[in-house]
Design a protein around this ligand. Structure first.
Ligand code: MUC
Ligand code: MG
Length: 372
């Protein structure tokens, strides 16, 4: 008998961050996650996770809306269905619910984890196998204070925890941001790669001025300088400067990637399982990017360990991961809800090798941090 889906639980969890995390649109002091637990009729359990940044400040789904979508729309449709038919379930959910990719990603992840647990194999093997067991991980300096960011970078470089850094800019006047970035680059020197994420805060002419300054300061990559829907601006800027652009908010899935590349964009793309609607959909996007000559980067929506592990299993199967990853979400949080945290060392993280995601819930921690 094929195992069927017996229960689906979506739990809201709030964990404080280790310091304020300042982006152009919000400052985070807390990360909220939706943890999804899907059980099948044989007693196996799959875990999934959805996060976003700052409630509704980053995108159109909030943690609360993800839980509502799962409880009200996905769960009734999935209960009693064969758990192993992941592609059929994805197609059915895609037909009955538009958008809501964060919620879809959490469900797809939980179904994949369930399958991995049932087969007793790591998730990456379900994608054809990992080509790497250790993935490079960047750190975001976003305390809002230049000296504090420099101290943080120096400590992390000395500990060999990270050698690539991303700075969140765009909330201050352009030249203030440029001074902040240039001071950090000068302090870390050639030891580190320094990149910036503008999170859509500039118009095209500000971006052109900003990119010229950042290029001169030795910055390696400029992430999403202009508004997400303005594909033409990204394409024009990418043609104008040697410093490459990383498309983030603009590109959620394979179809966005195709359209942006067709506009003449060159540069790189931040893949995120949440934006794409799950690890499988993120890998579809990777194939389009690679075919178009666009570089790959393993992106995060600041997921906790479950979402981070799911992303790592996907990124580990990619041969060309030109810009590495930013899968540091668990390190930004004060605590974790898993038994065995991910192992960060040597400027990267190990791919977990247990069945499925290779991650187990710590029930006491989950009880402590679940929203009351
Ligand atoms: C983003 O826009 O890239 C990823 C890392 C980080 O610090 O913020 C996120 C979101
Ligand atoms: Mg970004």
């Amino acid at each position: 008998m094929t195992a069927t889906i017996q229960s689906i639980e979506a739990v809201l969890v709030d964990i404080p961050t280790i310091r304020p995390h300042k982006l152009s649109m919000t400052t985070m002091g807390l990360q909220s996650m939706v943890i999804v637990r899907i059980k099948d009729s044989d007693g196996f359990e799959g875990l999934g996770e959805a996060t976003t940044i700052g409630g509704l400040a980053y995108g159109p789904e909030s943690p609360e809306s993800v839980k509502l979508t799962i409880d009200t729309y996905f769960t009734p449709q999935l209960l009693g269905k064969p758990a192993a038919n992941i592609n059929t379930l994805r197609v059915d959910l895609g037909r009955s619910v538009r958008g809501n990719n964060l919620a879809k990603s959490a469900i797809e992840t939980a179904l994949l984890d369930l399958m991995g647990k049932r087969l007793n194999r790591p998730l990456a093997e379900l994608f054809g196998g990992a080509v790497r067991q250790h993935l490079p991980v960047l750190w975001t300096l976003a305390s809002g204070d230049t000296d504090r960011d420099i101290d943080e970078a120096r400590t992390l470089i000395a500990a060999r925890r990270h050698c690539d850094f991303k700075l969140k800019i765009g909330s201050r006047p352009l030249m203030d941001d440029v001074r902040h970035v240039a001071a950090i680059k000068a302090a870390v020197g050639d030891e580190a790669s320094v990149r910036v994420d503008v999170n859509q805060a500039w118009d095209e002419s500000t971006a052109a001025r900003g990119m010229a300054e950042l290029q001169a300061a030795g910055i390696d990559l400029v992430e999403q300088p202009t508004p997400m829907k303005d594909f033409a601006a990204l394409a024009r800027l990418s043609a104008k400067f040697h410093i490459p652009i990383l498309a983030d908010e603009a590109v959620a899935d394979a179809s966005d990637m195709y359209k942006l590349a067709a506009e003449g964009f060159s540069g790189a793309v931040a893949m995120k399982i949440a934006k794409a609607g799950g690890p499988l959909r993120a890998l579809e996007q990777a194939a389009v990017a690679q075919a178009a000559g666009v570089g790959l980067y393993g992106g995060t929506l600041l997921e906790g360990t479950i979402g981070t592990a799911a992303s790592l299993h996907a990124w580990a199967t990619l041969d060309h991961l030109q810009w590495g990853t930013e899968m540091f979400g668990p390190l930004l949080m004060k605590d974790d809800i898993v038994v065995q945290p991910l192992k960060y060392h040597e400027n990267g993280v190990d791919l977990p090798n247990g069945p499925g995601l290779g991650v187990e819930i710590d029930e006491d921690k989950l009880a402590e941090y679940r929203r009351k």
